[in-house]
Design a protein around this ligand. Structure first.
Ligand code: XMP
Ligand code: MG
Length: 183
């Protein structure tokens, strides 16, 4: 789905597919260097990280492995509580592995803070984070995103894996969802 397939649903376009692709290639180049000969284990957080994982992993020149976790965070729906439940765990052991968590977006950072603590307790060699987008609220929780696509405003965004009510994940760019869609 292209941005101009749903022009009335977006109050603004933040990034086109081309802009995202360019940025993902830059991140991949850094990961190529930082993880040369380290066979990183990339852990994607379902469902939102599917798009960035697919693009980032294919932009790498080095070998990597991929695994997935599904989590649900209890909260009011619009804000994250930081209380996280693992719905699907990884299949791979992280012991001694260089883990790279791949997330769609960091909002408060509470989900990520929980995940990092959880994975750290399993004795990996290292843990870093790659996220497509980060909202300003993330500053409150001091979660380090080593490989960040873009900082964005606090608005609710859709596209590039991010959904509203299950839709828009297949939108090629990233846009701010128009309030008319959910009112
Ligand atoms: P926290 O606050 O724990 O939450 O960092 C991160 C998760 O919240 C979801 N999220 C969004 N999903 N549009 C979405 O479709 C958004 O603007 C948005 N902001 C946060 C997302 O699941 C992320 O993993
Ligand atoms: Mg998510």
């Amino acid at each position: 789905m292209n941005l101009d397939d749903v022009p009335d649903d977006l109050s603004a376009v933040l990034f086109t597919e081309e802009q995202i692709t360019t940025r993902i290639r830059e991140l991949a180049a850094r990961i190529d260097q930082d993880y040369a000969d380290r066979n990183p284990l990339m852990v994607g957080i379902l469902n939102g990280a599917v798009m960035i994982m697919a693009d980032l992993s294919r932009a790498l020149s080095i070998h990597c492995e991929m695994d997935w976790m599904a989590i649900s965070s209890y909260g009011s729906g619009v804000s994250s509580s930081g209380v996280v439940r693992i719905l699907k765990d990884m299949n791979t052991s992280v012991v001694g592995r260089h883990v790279l968590i791949v997330e769609d977006i960091v909002d408060t950072g509470l989900t990520l803070a929980y995940l990092i603590e959880n994975l750290k307790s399993r004795n990996p060699a290292s843990i870093e984070v790659c996220a497509g987008f980060r909202k300003p609220e993330a500053q409150r929780n001091e979660v380090e995103v080593k490989y960040l696509g873009f900082d964005i405003p606090s608005d609710f965004v859709v596209g590039y894996g991010l959904d509203y009510a299950g839709r828009y994940r297949n939108l090629r760019g990233l846009g701010i969802l128009s309030p008319s869609v959910y009112s």
